[in-house]
Design a protein around this ligand. Structure first.
Ligand SMILES: C[S@@+](CC[C@H](N)C(=O)[O-])C[C@H]1O[C@@H](n2cnc3c(N)ncnc32)[C@H](O)[C@@H]1O
Length: 365
């Protein structure tokens, strides 16, 4: 069976996550906005819930775009109301296929509505809210039918609905936290720590992904209290059972004094003060230098607490100011500590117009 995955805003990161979660699947094609895998048996809904960076999953119906196949699929649907269907185009332009399918169905006596949008593809919101049978036209070569779409309301509830959102030090998006945990490729028994836990986003997503050995730490007592409140809310709200987590109020450079053994560190550390883009080069260089020192010290502590082959999945900030990119140049020092880098340097999480980009890096000791 072949499956198509529609990638999120940061496609390279989304693709890396899928391949980390399904390491045995064969990659058929990776395009800008989708990838296709074969030789996989998956439960579409369950897998989509597990992935943070995929928008839709579809079953591939053919390696050609064939009107007949769409019509036959739709004829088999037992719709209680008017049948709604739509076409979503990825890596190819829109065409008139939808209208042609509609005409053919009408001629066959089937009452239907072609759901369209201004964009080339129907969004998860449109597909879910209108209960649309969504067909994916992929690079004008593969035809697939959507079997699961991202639960946008669930993410929004977890992001905006939780008791505390830390606007000052910045909450990370739950989707990114999930992607990072998946990139670590861990067993469900793994002990995971976020040593800059902030309001607890990584810990929250780890609990939802069924990891039960969770530790959070942070230098700020308020952050620890925020995490406590958010996790308490999550456990109650999602009716999670048997979830144990430990929290420590500690500076990362003293981490090994309170935590002795973990299998993975998944974290978005301090990204520095808000950058507006009007700063002078020296100001940005100072931020980069301070963060470089903190990160290098943190890695020295990580080394002390990680088990053999333990992983670190971490955000490195980079700053785009006045057409220049400023990065933390500490990879060599991290390697000297004994870590090897598993990820390439293209895993970036960013939104248009942002001055700070998040570079996602994976290391192993
Ligand atoms: C960007 S926030 C982390 C956001 C978090 N991932 C979330 O979504 O809530 C960075 C956190 O690092 C903490 N922090 C800063 N310096 C630290 C240090 N030296 N040791 C431990 N935590 C530190 C801050 O208190 C803050 O809560």
């Amino acid at each position: 069976m072949m499956y198509a995955f529609i990638l999120g805003h940061n496609p390279k990161l989304s693709a890396a996550e899928i391949l980390a979660v399904l390491p045995k699947a064969k990659l058929v094609i990776q395009a800008d906005s989708f990838l296709i895998l074969e030789d996989v048996k998956i439960d579409c809904q369950k897998l989509l819930r597990q992935l943070g960076g995929t928008i839709k999953i579809g079953e591939v119906l053919a390696e050609k775009i064939d009107q007949k196949i769409i019509v036959e699929k739709l004829k088999k649907v037992k719709a209680s109301n008017k049948l709604k269907f739509g076409l979503s185009y990825y890596n190819c332009p829109k065409d008139k296929l939808g209208m042609e399918v509609k005409t053919e169905l009408k001629e066959a006596g089937i009452s239907c509505r072609l759901v369209t949008s201004r964009d080339k593809a129907l969004s998860s919101v449109v597909v879910t809210k209108n209960k649309v049978h969504d067909f994916l036209i992929l690079g004008n070569k593969f035809l697939a039918q959507t079997c699961a779409v991202q639960e946008f309301e669930e993410y929004s509830k977890r992001d905006y609905g939780r008791p505390v959102r830390d606007m000052q030090s910045g909450s990370m998006p739950p989707k990114l936290a999930k992607i990072m945990i998946n990139l670590a490729q861990l067993k469900s028994s793994a002990i995971i720590i976020d040593p800059f836990c902030g309001s607890g986003t990584v810990l929250q997503e780890a609990l939802l992904l069924n990891y039960n050995n969770i530790i959070g730490s942070d230098i700020s007592a308020k952050a620890i209290q925020d995490t406590k409140n958010n996790l308490k809310w999550l456990v109650k709200n999602q009716e999670l059972k048997n979830k144990i987590y430990t929290l420590h109020n500690v500076n990362v450079i003293q981490l090994s004094q309170v935590v002795t053994k973990v299998d993975a560190i998944v974290s978005e550390p301090l990204l520095g003060p808000t950058v507006r883009g009007t700063e002078k080069a020296e100001q940005i260089e100072k931020i980069v230098s301070e963060l470089s020192e903190l990160y290098t010290q943190a890695f020295a502590e990580f080394k002390k607490i990680l088990t053999k082959n333990g992983k670190v999945v971490i955000v490195f900030p980079s700053f785009r100011v006045a057409g220049k990119i400023y990065e933390l140049e500490i990879i060599d020092e991290i390697k000297k500590l004994g870590f090897s880098q598993l990820s390439d340097d293209k895993l970036i999480y960013s939104r248009q117009g942002q001055k700070v980009y998040r570079n996602i890096k994976v290391f192993r000791i």
